[in-house]
Design a binder for this molecule. Sequence first.
Ligand code: 13P
Ligand code: SF4
Length: 317
Amino acid sequence: MMSSSNSINPHLDLFEEIERMKRSLNAVVLAHYYQDPDIQDVADFIGDSLQLAQQAAKTEAEVIVFCGVHFMAETAKILNPNKTVLLPDPNAGCSLADGCPPEAFARFVARHPGHFVVSYVNCSAGVKALSDVIVTSSNAKRIIERIPREQPILFAPDQHLGRYVMRETGRDMVLWPGSCQVHELFSEKKLLLLKAKHPEAQIIAHPECEASVLALADFIGSTRGLLDYVVASAARSFIVATEPGIIHQMKRACPPEKLFIAAPPTSSCACNECPHMRLNTLEKLYLSMKLGRPSLEVEPALREAAKKPIDLMLSWS
Ligand code: 13P
Ligand code: SF4
């Protein structure tokens, strides 16, 4: 019987095979902190969305295997038009990016003439092309502070990150009403119940959470910011209000006595895992490298327009 190109020999050690293909393809595997632990273990570089964009901008590898979601791989392709950028599962989207279609966003921008358009990197190339500068959760505050105070600002697509940055900087901004389906599930009530069970634990949260959740947090930061915080903190236990994939690196970076408790969503399911990030698996990563697909393509005019605000972000970071 002929084996299909998509079938995987069950006797293969996928970790070894991926290492071998990295060398033969001159490939680098970049992974976000929300990826499955197996993918994080095989990655050459693990980071938050800013670090991944910076890494993609400077890599000398010919092939970038991007283990994250579509907008992240698309950003890597915009920065590297002549390289092959593979995304193990092409359906790995993002509720923030999907909830801000470029046509509707163009109308929103047109309704706010004279506004400087700041877009969170969690958006499509079409939305980036309509933006003046891109931000991530780790540099949003710094970048907003560089914009002259008298300049009106429009911020998209995450209203919760936008509101957090408004509070931190004292700036008023027009907000696109988007949100992350994962971070929106964390509830104030459940967090308080968890805190009552672990009164000594510190609550740490990603700024995509709602304001009522952020109000309970001892520390707010990007995925990388949260990781750095637990390493440096003298506290011994942490309630982690973000996608629990990051806990894999927290455990690796900290002594075993530090305890990490994944914050509960509103019900007793595993829906604090990002369903898009988790579409990538070690098997799909292996197959994408073996088959050289699915690879990202961005049409040249769109790429040029979307690259400008990304370049500005990188130069301001
Ligand atoms: P970071 O910027 O912290 O990597 O966050 C990306 C993201 O998608 C959070 O949901
Ligand atoms: Fe998008 Fe939320 Fe998933 Fe991050 S966690 S990729 S913002 S859906």
